[in-house]
Design a protein. Structure first.
Length: 278
């Protein structure tokens, strides 16, 4: 799933691979998917996109946006975007296809769910889209310790750290995948309530949010996710589906998984103990 490191990685790759190219063919919903979400009617995408030239791409928190003059093409969480060279093979089933004037293509597929939104600039008033540009992300200098302390103060103190980090877009682009290693680095259990955090815990959490997301981004995303060319990211996750039941790299205890708040959490029961009162 797209989160901040992957959106930055894919946007940068798009700027290298498709910037300046003209769209000669656009097709949406060729393989209907019940949980592929479009902006308006996907039948209108050819008229909206064909003939447009890619002026650039950018990360929009955990989303990727292609700039096409006064038009926008936005890919959300769950959208798998692949660049296909002129001699490459397109995926048989796809929810979006863009063919460019040099014979290359961009294909997007959706497995569980995903958003593929094409619209005129200014027409998308979706909350997740707006907040991506209204709030700073941990990759920016504006996201400093004072800003983070403000987020902690404004949140309900009964919230768990996972709920604080990954809900209500408090930190755009940070989701359930990235938070696993953030909490491991900070040595905090995902279910720990905010009310139990000491000043030292808060400082450690802030530093971990900043440092882990920067490391993940600089290494081209996580190894659990694919980039624009279908390659896994260079950041090797400590806690993920890839490391379940393996020894903790810090203490050797077995990494465990639990279902919590609509997703899985991974943690080391020794390095990330439940705090007293938690």
């Amino acid at each position: 799933m797209l989160e901040l490191p992957e959106s930055h990685t894919i946007a940068a790759q798009m700027n290298e691979a498709i910037k300046g190219k003209q769209i000669v063919k656009a097709r949406a919903n060729e393989s209907p998917h019940g949980f592929a979400f479009y902006f308006g009617d996907p039948k209108d995408y050819p008229a909206l996109l064909e003939g447009e030239t890619v002026s650039g791409a950018r990360a929009a928190a955990g989303q990727v946006e292609i700039l096409l003059g006064d038009k926008r093409l936005l890919f959300g969480d769950g959208a798998n975007i692949r660049y296909v060279s002129p001699e490459g093979r397109l995926p048989q089933k796809r929810q979006l296809l863009l063919a460019f004037d040099d014979g290359s293509s961009l294909a997007c597929t959706v497995q569980m769910y995903g958003g593929i939104w094409a619209f005129l600039e200014g027409a998308n008033d979706n909350f997740y889209y707006r907040v991506a540009f209204e709030k700073p992300t941990p990759l920016e200098d504006m996201f400093d310790e004072i800003y983070f302390e403000g987020l902690l103060t404004e949140a309900k103190q009964s919230l768990s750290i996972k709920a604080f980090l990954a809900t209500e877009q408090r930190i755009p682009g940070l989701g359930n995948g990235c938070l696993q290693d953030i909490l491991f680095r900070a040595r905090l259990h995902p279910k720990t309530k905010l009310s139990l955090l000491s000043d030292s815990h808060k400082e450690s959490l802030f530093r971990s949010v900043k440092d882990i997301l920067r490391e993940m981004t600089d290494k081209g995303g996580r190894d659990t996710e694919k980039d624009l060319y279908g390659n896994p990211g260079g950041y090797h996750t400590v806690l993920s589906k890839n490391t379940l039941r393996r020894p903790c790299p810090a203490c050797g205890a077995e990494i465990v998984r639990q279902s919590y708040l609509g997703g899985n959490i991974y943690f080391c029961p020794v390095c990330q103990p439940v705090l007293p009162g938690g």
